[in-house]
Design a protein around this ligand. Structure first.
Ligand code: SF4
Length: 303
């Protein structure tokens, strides 16, 4: 039965449908791997939500932030997934329709998930990995910082230029806080990835590139601001005004190609000697033009 949470911005209720499912990424002209999604919540409790957040379109019908409270069933499904062989992906992404960590105060889950991956995946030498995707900082990462690292758990922080974050992401943790959490977790032995995404043209990314170089995560994914048609229609704050519409009616609007190449070229040059670099939701010609291997798909959501 649904159990309303006392916090006004989040309800905790049971999920009726399955928790673990494959996501075959669209649109098909982008270089994206397929991956499994763990649907543990719908929405994000950071407030205000980021100016460009695609959940404003993907979850337009959901009035309140929802965390699913029937975690026993969730953990049973995850255990069964880890036991499976010959999967098309061994990544279980918990940040597809939510931030992975922001629901912890309302419905604690991360500690139990990590322990499940420790006993069922790490201890048994299985390739299955839990992917936590967050714009959280040290407070949101507390369950991880207080625990022991697990090789089958990856924490992926989205970061941005400080000015862009202050303007467009001010409900999330500050960028310094996110980077500090990433550094502390890495020091403890956790697997840490970084996304610099969405890069917003006109902002200076040199500082954040330097920070990411110093952190030396296991992988970096770059993305420039983009929007699918419904998101553009729903968000009237002008943030997407410099994007060009796609030739395909359902395609992503993006910055002009030369703008994206300039942004990616600089970032790849700054990071390529540190770790594998990939692009998020980009086309194969752009990967190639900036010297990245589109076949390898070395991005956030891949094994
Ligand atoms: S942190 Fe992520 S999920 Fe939350 S509002 Fe920002 S973009 Fe959306």
């Amino acid at each position: 039965m649904a159990a309303p949470n006392s916090h006004p911005s989040c309800i905790v209720r049971d999920r009726k449908t399955r928790f673990v499912d494959i996501l075959r990424t669209t649109p098909t002209d982008t270089v994206c791997p397929n991956f499994f999604v763990l649907s543990h919540a719908n929405g994000c409790t950071f407030s205000p939500q980021c100016s460009y957040c695609y959940l404003k379109s993907a979850l337009w019908h959901v009035q309140e932030q929802q965390a699913f409270g029937n975690t026993g069933k969730l953990l049973d499904e995850v255990r069964a997934w880890i036991a499976k062989e010959r999967l098309e992906s061994y990544v279980l992404n918990t940040g597809n329709l939510s931030d992975s960590l922001c629901f912890e105060p309302f419905r604690p889950l991360v500690r139990e998930l990590v322990e499940l991956f420790r006993t069922e995946a790490e201890a048994k030498g299985r390739p299955h990995a839990l992917l936590l995707v967050t714009k959280g900082g040290r407070a949101e990462c507390k369950p991880l910082l207080e625990g022991s690292p697990c090789r089958n758990v990856i924490i992926s922080f989205s970061v941005n230029s400080r000015k862009a974050a202050a303007r467009y992401e001010h409900g999330a943790a500050g960028v310094e806080d996110r980077l500090q959490a990433a550094a502390e977790l890495k020091r403890q032995g956790w697997r840490v990835r970084i996304r610099i995404d969405p890069i917003i043209a006109g902002h200076d990314y040199e500082w954040v590139l330097e920070q990411v170089r110093a952190l030396a995560p296991e992988r970096v994914t770059l993305g420039t601001l983009r929007a699918e048609p419904n998101l553009k229609r729903r968000i009237g704050n002008g943030i997407f005004s410099a994007l060009e519409a796609s030739a395909s009616p359902s395609g992503l609007s993006r910055y002009p190609k030369e703008v994206r190449l300039g942004i990616y070229g600089r970032a790849v040059a700054a990071l390529a000697d540190i770790c594998p670099v990939g692009l998020c939701e980009e086309t194969p010609d752009i990967w190639k033009a900036v010297g990245l291997d589109a076949e390898a798909k070395a991005c956030n959501c891949n094994n």
